[in-house]
Design a protein around this ligand. Structure first.
Ligand code: CIR
Length: 406
């Protein structure tokens, strides 16, 4: 077993968790998709095929691919994990004691793969083969959910993120994603690839109300040399950043955090939708958002967990200093202003670097990909006409658990 460690954004990628979307997508409808943070319904079979191409592109680059569905099923074979997941995901507070108990009894008899599929993909009242005495069944339609689907598990980047020798298991900002976190808590606690592997859990492993301290991994860039770049976006709050920072400094895993303020818009819901790292001295940026005047702070601290915050001026200079490189090469979204706005929306800036200067990106972003090519960045193109409707690209769809430093 190799070490669980993510030393950068751009070093050789070695192992990654991704999620092939299946059952959850079959539950997406025009009436519920916006609440579930998708802009449209997807062609389910085609989305799976697109995802298979993504997975194979990673494998061809020598990356070991772990599938979230398999990890969850394997975790469910540990009796304590099964018990914990059934109690926490099908809680009495969520469904009322009577229905929760009936649903848990039904689920407890299912094989691991099938149970994982329902936990990830949801269960409607019409699909529940149990007649409960609970009032809940009486007051709900067949298409209402007993267990809400979690289609955004597709974006494994966000729910947990590895930073050097440990992981943050993230309290998510939006209700549609909050149940995802327990799946990752269970996997990291009980799955044999993780249990007892001696990695650090920086933040989010406790079952408690984290209130406003939310973090999502799309905002966290492990830029290397002990530095971390974090976006404070629609999802990640300054309170969340300070909590994570304190734990990172306490464990002595990080020497500085650069925190950037972002507008609270869906088009830039996470930092990685407007900025990704492609080579040690090269970033992709969407210039409409990643502007010179964004507010930026440098956080430092020590093993007491105390965090010191100072204004850091221009974020590019802060990154150059942290990495001891310069000047940084910023490749902006391609095309005229119409084209670049359209391509950013379709995740042209959200590429996954597999090794320095080699990235996976959606093939549809022709203007931006051309600019990458001209700058000497190799784009391994994947189709994303279906997957992209969830508003995430290759970086969003991957959770690296093992990657070299720079
Ligand atoms: N890192 C990312 O930007 N992830 C994409 C998340 C898309 C998802 N539909 C969401 O709204 O959370």
């Amino acid at each position: 077993m190799n070490k669980l460690y993510v030393g950068s954004e751009v070093g050789q990628l070695r192992r990654v968790i991704i999620h092939r979307p299946e059952r959850a997508l079959t539950h997406l409808t025009p009436s519920n998709c916006h609440e579930l943070l998708f802009d449209d319904v997807l062609a389910v079979k085609r989305a799976g095929e697109e995802h298979d191409i993504f997975a194979n592109t990673l494998r061809e680059q020598g990356v070991e691919v772990l599938l979230l569905h398999d990890l969850l099923s394997e975790t469910l074979s540990v009796p304590e994990a099964r018990e914990w997941l059934l109690t926490s995901q099908i809680s009495d507070f969520r469904l009322g004691g009577v229905l929760a108990n009936d649903v848990r009894c039904f689920l407890a008899d299912l094989p691991n793969q099938e149970l994982a599929s329902i936990l990830l993909g949801g269960l409607s009242y019409g699909e529940l083969p149990v007649q409960s005495s609970s009032m809940m069944q009486g007051v709900h339609e067949r298409t209402d959910f007993v267990i809400e689907p979690l289609p955004n598990h597709l974006f494994t980047r966000d729910t947990s993120c590895w930073i050097y020798g440990g992981v943050s298991i993230n309290p998510m900002a939006k209700p549609a994603r909050q149940r995802e976190t327990n799946h990752l808590r269970a996997i990291y606690r009980w799955h044999p690839s993780f249990a007892g592997q001696g990695f650090i859990k920086y933040f989010g492993d406790e079952e408690r109300n984290y209130e406003n301290s939310t973090i999502e991994g799309g905002d966290v860039l492990v830029i290397g040399r002990g530095a971390v770049l974090i976006g404070m976006s629609e999802r990640t709050t300054p309170q969340g950043v300070e909590q994570l920072a304190s734990s990172l400094f306490k464990r002595d895993e990080v020497n500085q955090i650069i925190a950037m303020q972002l507008p609270k818009h869906r088009s830039c819901m996470h930092l990685d939708t407007v900025m990704t790292h492609m080579r040690e001295d090269t970033f992709s940026v969407y210039p409409e958002v990643v502007r010179k005047d964004v507010q930026c702070w440098r956080l430092t601290g020590d093993e007491s967990g105390q965090v010191d915050v100072k204004e850091a001026g221009y974020f590019v200079t802060a990154i150059e200093e942290a990495l001891d490189v310069g000047p940084l090469n910023l490749i902006t979204t391609g095309g005229d202003s119409f084209e670049s706005e359209r391509e950013q929306w379709n995740d042209a800036n959200n590429v996954l670097t597999v090794k320095p200067g080699v990235v996976i990106g959606y093939e549809r972003n022709v203007y931006t990909n051309e600019k990458y090519d001209k700058a000497g960045i190799t784009v391994l193109p994947i189709p994303g006409n279906e997957l992209g409707r969830g508003r995430g690209g290759a970086r969003c769809m991957s959770c690296p658990i093992e990657r070299d430093g720079i």
